[in-house]
Design a protein around this ligand. Structure first.
Ligand SMILES: NC(=O)c1ccc[n+]([C@@H]2O[C@H](COP(=O)([O-])OP(=O)(O)OC[C@H]3O[C@@H](n4cnc5c(N)ncnc54)[C@H](O)[C@@H]3O)[C@@H](O)[C@H]2O)c1
Length: 214
């Protein structure tokens, strides 16, 4: 049994992760950390094997460092920070980061990267709910980084949306649109559970991108 702690447990994603961990036979939800619950991450590190972090950009790096130094593996879904800042961090815990845990979004990124080798120009439109704090989204930034050429990103924030992205590629007399929609936060949970099960056996850390675990 893997003992899991969730940082950001009171948030939208954190609540979904807690429910998914509780429903998994091989995982135990050992602790929930969140200022909204009055529990600090430091208070739970002695009681867990893996931390899942869905918090805010300002705290993701410090949280990951605290986990690594405590010898606790950490799966980070928080976006809007740079995992490269963890390179060389030692202490025993592994770090796995994914800007998007939905399998369809991972495929969208791979298809977009492939298509960008053959079409002249591309732009990304990412659309999210209006309480998302970072822009552009981590998924859009990661997609652009994987694609050939400069890829401008346009961000839309509206109530009613969850997480959506279109990659539009243009060439002479034609366009190609690749679109992914997460209509519910359960779309991210199979990827999160996979990462929890695999983070302890990574040979590289920090490792970024769910595609490395598929
Ligand atoms: N990787 C993915 O697949 C994916 C999918 C959806 C959202 N996200 C990202 O996940 C993050 C969280 O999104 P959300 O919609 O759940 O946000 P949210 O605002 O609903 O929840 C964030 C929670 O983190 C808590 N928090 C703040 N500082 C903390 C700390 N130091 N320790 C512990 N908890 C702390 C807040 O109190 C809040 O409850 C965002 O960065 C978002 O972009 C990633």
């Amino acid at each position: 049994m893997i003992r899991v702690g969730v940082a950001g447990a009171a948030g939208r994603m954190g609540q979904a992760v807690c429910a998914a961990v509780e429903a998994a036979d091989d995982l135990v939800l050992a602790a929930r950390a969140d200022p909204a619950l009055g529990v600090e991450l430091a208070d739970i590190l002695g009681d867990v094997d893996v931390v899942v972090d869905f918090t805010v950009p300002e705290t993701a790096l410090d949280n990951a460092r605290a986990c690594v130094r405590a010898g606790v593996h950490v799966v980070v879904g928080t976006t809007g920070w740079d995992p490269a800042q963890l390179t060389g961090e030692s202490g025993g815990g592994n770090v796995f980061v994914a800007p998007n845990f939905a399998i369809g979004a991972v495929l969208m990124m791979q298809f977009a990267a492939q298509a960008s080798k053959y079409m002249t120009k591309a732009e990304i439109i990412e659309l999210h709910h209006d309480r998302k704090v970072d822009a552009p989204s981590g998924t859009a930034a990661r997609t652009a980084a994987l694609m050939d050429g400069e890829v401008p990103i346009h961000s839309v924030r509206l109530p009613g949306l969850v997480a959506h992205q279109e990659v539009i590629l243009g060439d002479v007399g034609q366009t190609l649109t690749i679109r992914h929609d997460s209509t519910d936060r359960t779309s991210f949970m199979p990827g999160v559970l996979l990462a929890i099960r695999r983070v302890g056996s990574l040979t590289e850390s920090p490792l970024v991108g769910l595609e490395h675990l598929l």
